[in-house]
Design a protein around this ligand. Structure first.
Ligand SMILES: [Mn+2]
Length: 578
């Protein structure tokens, strides 16, 4: 009897031991379901607008769709290219980064082609939407390009929602951006306001200032060289009306900087979203199935981990509650990640909106310098910005990927981030791992977790003391050998534990023509390379050869390994910012 009773107790204990983890799993499961519900159905939570109001594809035209298309003849009308090479040209491309001779002849009210998916014309949107301040920051922008941005917004936005356009001048010195501009905007009866910085502040801080000065409920940031497309505004406002913690992003079309041709960047029927690689370069990825399936229609807004930076809409109070942009970020770069990580991790979300299209002029280069703002800073400003963002928002695991990809950033001085950390604490923000698992889950498909660097720095040849150099070329191209400059950049070489030899975001490979800079294969982090410490050689595992310098031409190639040949001997030397 006693034996049986003990057996019964044993069974009970075993059962309880089994049930506890089961319960734990169950609770966890429903918790994660709840989280998923929160992420994906946030808009249902808001009862401000009934779902039926919006999720309705009308048989005819949607309620905000302009009734008539206008047609004009003239340079650049319909968004067509205006070719001026044959007629005339000037130096404006060097001064402005775009062909101002062409822009000056194109109507400020020109028509452009409707690049939206066809479905977009049929959506019904709520009657009751928040008002908008459109904020346009500029520094020495071409007058007609800036004004075409303003005209397109005035022409293509419902007046009941567009409260004002705020032009924020970041200390331009071009004369036509002073009295001439003030005089010009008088015709808009106060709907266009100009405010000016007393000194150069940089794009990031100037945007934050614009947000402070804006008076409407929602702020929309645009670059100073844009043209908004048909019915662009209402689709951006609707998700925000549902849920104030939503940032919306229009789909960006391209405007050619020479001809001002307006054309879509993405292929028809393809949706993309913003991601990043571990050096924090902005990338885009085709919308994952998981997100595609969440929506009934391809033209509906979808979640995106991040955005390119310049163009988006957000509730003004929410943006200011998030602390606007980190005021320690300088000039330009990284602010898109700062805001994106902050929004997602602290309970908000980012949606890209296929039915809102805005054209943007992509310049060949940035035609101005950072002026005084870049003085007294060691190392590249952008990487300093990245470091601030990484140190505030990432956890130890993901910080490490950044420092693996950008090893000299460890030595950069990023300034004080205690305000940012306090904000993160105050808002009770989630971890970066949460963000990676629930939002940016497609990043790893292209940019897997990085193995540590075994060696990194300048890669110096023992025979001639010159440095391995990516030569600033785009792949595929030959890697060269140059005088060592000590600044890293194109001479900063990394060899990771999986045998990948990298320079910046590119990889090094070899074929019969020489040692080459190539695009790293997406989704992989390995390679064929081994550094042999005794012989100081860089060995290619599959070809069984070593990297050698030609004694006369200094060109690089794979040669049969010879441990005594100094032209095959290399040293890694760590480079710190200076
Ligand atoms: Mn721009």
């Amino acid at each position: 009897m006693k034996v049986y009773a003990r057996k019964g107790r044993l069974i009970r204990i075993v059962l309880i031991l089994c049930i506890i983890p089961l319960l734990y799993l169950l609770i966890n499961y429903s918790e994660s379901r709840k989280n998923l519900h929160k992420i994906y159905n946030g808009r249902l939570a808001s009862k401000l607008i009934k779902e039926e109001d919006v999720h309705l594809l009308s048989e005819g035209l949607g309620n905000y769709e302009p009734k008539n298309d206008e047609h004009f003849n003239g340079p650049g009308e319909g968004g067509l290219a205006f070719n001026t090479e044959a007629v005339n040209s000037d130096d404006s491309e060097i001064e402005y980064g775009m062909n101002m001779f062409a822009s000056d002849q194109i109507s400020l009210n020109r028509t452009i082609k409707d690049t939206r998916p066809k479905e977009c014309k049929r959506w019904m949107y709520p009657q009751n939407l928040p008002t908008v301040s459109v904020i346009i920051v500029f520094h020495n922008e071409g007058f007609s390009v800036l004004m075409r941005t303003v005209h397109s917004v005035l022409n293509r936005s419902p007046p009941q929602f567009l409260k004002e356009i705020l032009l924020v001048d970041d200390y331009s010195d071009k004369t036509d951006l002073k009295e001439k501009l003030d005089k010009y905007v008088e015709r808009f009866d106060g709907r266009v306001r100009v405010i000016r910085n007393e000194e150069r502040e940089g794009l990031i801080r100037t945007r934050s200032r614009g947000a402070q000065e804006a008076t409407a409920e929602v702020i929309v940031f645009l670059d100073a060289h844009c043209e908004v497309n048909k019915n662009w505004l209402v689709p951006l406002l609707t998700p925000i009306a549902f849920d104030e913690k939503t940032m919306t992003v229009p789909i960006i079309d391209g405007i050619d900087h020479k001809t001002f041709e307006y054309r879509p960047v993405y292929g028809e029927g393809h949706n993309f979203r913003g991601i990043f690689e571990w050096g924090l370069l902005y990338k885009e990825n085709e919308l994952p199935k998981r997100e595609e399936k969440r929506r009934a229609h391809s033209s509906e807004p979808y979640y995106s981990p991040t955005h390119a930076g310049g163009l988006f809409a957000i509730n003004r109070k929410y943006f200011l509650e998030l602390g606007a942009y980190d005021a320690g970020l300088l000039v330009w770069g990284g602010e898109n990640f700062e805001l994106s990580f902050k929004i997602w991790q602290c309970g908000g979300k980012i949606m890209w909106v296929p039915c809102s299209r805005v054209g943007h002029v992509y310049r060949g280069f940035m035609p101005y310098n950072f002026g005084k703002l870049a003085e007294k800073k060691k190392g590249p400003l952008i990487t300093i910005n990245y470091k601030r963002v990484v140190e505030v928002w990432m956890d130890d695991q993901h910080k490490e990927y950044f420092y693996t990809r950008e090893p000299s950033a460890r030595y950069l001085e990023m300034g004080d981030i205690s305000d940012q950390l306090a904000l993160k604490e105050r808002l009770g923000c989630k971890s970066f791992s949460w963000f990676m698992e629930n939002v940016a889950y497609d990043v790893y498909d292209k940019y897997p977790q990085l193995p540590e660097n075994i060696f990194w720095g300048e890669l110096i040849n023992s025979a001639n003391m010159k440095c391995f150099d990516a030569m600033g070329r785009q792949p595929p191209s030959l890697v060269g050998l140059q005088h060592c400059h000590g600044y890293g950049n194109n001479q900063l070489v990394r060899l990771n534990a999986a045998g990948q030899l990298g320079i910046g975001e590119r990889c090094v490979d070899a074929d019969s023509t020489g040692i080459k800079l190539v695009y790293c294969r997406l989704g992989t982090v390995d390679g064929p390379w081994v550094y042999k410490t005794e012989s100081k050689s860089i060995f290619h595992r599959t070809q069984n050869k070593c990297i050698a310098v030609h004694p006369v031409s200094s060109s690089l190639s794979l040669m049969p390994c010879d441990p005594n040949n100094s032209f095959q001997q290399w040293m890694f030397k760590i480079v710190k910012p200076r």
